[in-house]
Design a protein around this ligand. Sequence first.
Ligand SMILES: NC(=O)c1ccc[n+]([C@@H]2O[C@H](COP(=O)([O-])OP(=O)(O)OC[C@H]3O[C@@H](n4cnc5c(N)ncnc54)[C@H](O)[C@@H]3O)[C@@H](O)[C@H]2O)c1
Length: 258
Amino acid sequence: MGRLSGKAGLITAAASGMGRAGALRFAAEGAAVAVVDRDGEAAETVVSEIKAMGGQAVAIAADLRDVDRAKAIVGEAAAAFGKLDFVWNHLGHPGPGKVEGMAQEDFDLAIDLNMRSVIATTEMAIPELRKVTGGAILFTSSTGGLIGSRYSPIYSAVKHAVVGFSKALALRLASDGIRVNTVCPGPIDTPMFVQFGSRPDQPQRAREEVEASTLTVVPMKRLGRPEEVAAAACFLSSDDASYITGAALPVDGGFTAQ
Ligand SMILES: NC(=O)c1ccc[n+]([C@@H]2O[C@H](COP(=O)([O-])OP(=O)(O)OC[C@H]3O[C@@H](n4cnc5c(N)ncnc54)[C@H](O)[C@@H]3O)[C@@H](O)[C@H]2O)c1
């Protein structure tokens, strides 16, 4: 029996990177997974992969910058499976590198994708999660949400906010039996990784250069794999983590231990 056997839920930004790895892992552990992403075609591909291994999944195409869509996906996922046991708010955006002279649109996008949308989805999820036993909410922050990132103070600010929201919500929902936790990835080998060391409003650097400079500060001297974050997310979303709430778990090769 899988770790998530009999459970159902949704993962946002699940067509690529860690979200995709999570969708595959959660499904392999027995969960029915709503794969939510702006890229509907890529989400369908993930669903096909899950079905090919005998799992249960649906794709939900949604641009989550649209708050109405960010709210609606909860009802759509719950309708597909008849209930909701977990929600992994994985959506996020690297934000601007600049503070002085940053573009207002870059700031707005960072707020919208890392916070506004995530909070909108969570708002709708709470009543659904109250209906089940063992409901779990998971957020994706970052090591930049635990310690300052000189590369993007704005990203650091919004990812700290995600951790703060998660901890406060854990307190609010503890008596309802809903657990709320956050994963804080370090540098993970996904398409988004390069943007952290080379944001669009910063001097552009090749991926190899970003990777090499990143590895000088990572004790384990390698990038993380999306599957390694998916494993932590799976644990935190499962009943194996039944006494864990309000945690912000670094998955970072030791980066924040320094
Ligand atoms: N990769 C890293 O090194 C790293 C490190 C720390 C934290 N994170 C966090 O992880 C999350 C995403 O990371 P990833 O590396 O798995 O990303 P990724 O680039 O592999 O995938 C991002 C996904 O988000 C989807 N997306 C983008 N905008 C969207 C929107 N408006 N609505 C719906 N879907 C949208 C894309 O289509 C894509 O499938 C973010 O919260 C990010 O802040 C990443």
